[in-house]
Design a protein around this ligand. Structure first.
Ligand SMILES: Nc1ncnc2c1ncn2[C@@H]1O[C@H](COP(=O)(O)OP(=O)(O)OP(=O)(O)O)[C@@H](O)[C@H]1O
Ligand SMILES: [Mg+2]
Length: 318
């Protein structure tokens, strides 16, 4: 399956762009989002990297945690996740879930490490994924992810959260029978308590997200790398983890390939090194489709540049 097949396939709802630091993840996410929008899909591009650079890439302010319409392109919106704000909203919603015993529950939560919610940046990113899984106001969501380590944490979240919510549900059950006893003792009536169902439905949503994340018809993780040994090693580790979690990968983008230039010894030497690594990459990942992208003599910044990159991403195989 080529990159073009994925981008133009309307059943694909999530595309994640990931890899080592500085290889071109944001540029590729931007270009893929643009292509999706141009194809007519209502597209949202979200940066889950705490060190956001989506605004710089689009040359527009997409910060602040709100969905922003990207100027100059139809069907395209962008957002840089504001994890501090998101965490506040998350705690507030936990308060609501906790019902009358919420203060007690949050004390328990705060006091016990094994019950503390998983890392905030990743949790927020995953929360957005959950949100847009059931929200069909966007046909496609493209994730510009953080360098490998962070992103692996994000992808292991469904399993972590599932067990965390399991613990919370058990705690909730205990607290609830205790409070019911107390209310009866004080002569209070039966209060309607929807917190149990809310926790159960969150758990169910996470289960659905896990299924969507593992479904190659819905989700595709596009690995971006450069043809250098360090990136090859990191890509091996990334692919092994993605494989272990059943996250579908069918495409690798090899970026920043030095073009041929016989009059430049420096370029020729670099190119020789890169071409040797590229041959290894092709050999290692025979089952994956590989798209080669040249190193430009300028930065990739703004809509026009991203469109040009997009043209290479879908045209290279033609
Ligand atoms: N093929 C290319 N030719 C020239 N410049 C490129 C190319 N690909 C990316 N760049 C430039 O390299 C820099 C890093 O690219 P980008 O931000 O897309 O990488 P990233 O993997 O998202 O980095 P980070 O890990 O910091 O998020 C940017 O300035 C971008 O314009
Ligand atoms: Mg980036």
């Amino acid at each position: 399956m080529t990159l073009r097949d994925i981008i133009y396939d309307e059943s694909i709802r999530f595309i994640l762009s990931g890899g080592k630091g500085g290889v071109g993840k944001t540029s590729c996410a931007g270009a893929i989002a643009l292509l999706s929008a141009q194809r007519g899909f209502r597209t949202l591009v979200i940066s889950t990297d705490p060190a956001h650079s989506l605004s710089d890439s689009f040359d527009q302010d997409l910060s602040g945690g709100d969905i922003v319409e990207i100027k100059g392109v139809d069907n395209l919106w962008g957002m840089e996740i504001d994890s501090e704000r998101g965490m506040k909203e998350f705690q507030e919603s936990l308060g609501q879930i906790g019902g009358p015993e919420s203060a007690m529950a949050s004390q328990f939560l705060g006091g016990t490490d094994s019950l503390a919610p998983p890392g905030s940046d990743e949790a927020m990113a995953f929360g957005k994924m959950l949100e847009f899984l059931s929200d069909t106001s966007f046909d496609r969501v493209v994730f510009d992810t953080a360098p490998t380590g962070h992103t692996l944490k994000l992808l292991e979240l469904p399993d972590l959260l599932d067990s965390w919510l399991g613990k919370l549900l058990t705690l909730r059950q205990r607290l609830s029978s205790m409070m019911a006893g107390l209310r009866a003792f004080l002569g209070g009536g039966q209060e309607e308590d929807r917190s149990w169902e809310m926790l159960q439905s969150t758990k169910e949503k996470i289960r659905q997200a896990r299924i969507a994340l593992a479904d190659p018809k819905t989700t595709q993780f596009v690995v971006v790398m450069i043809p250098e040994a360090m990136a090859v090693f990191e890509t091996q580790r990334l692919l092994a983890s993605l494989h272990a979690w059943d996250i579908p990968v069918s495409n690798i983008i090899v970026n920043q390939l030095v073009p041929e230039n016989p009059s430049c010894t420096f370029c020729t030497n670099r190119r020789r090194m890169q071409q040797a690594n590229l041959a290894d990459i092709k050999d290692l990942y025979r089952d994956l489709h590989i798209t080669e992208v040249p190193l430009f003599d300028h930065e990739i910044r703004g809509i026009e540049e991203l469109k040009m990159l997009g043209g290479i991403l879908i045209g290279a195989e033609d």
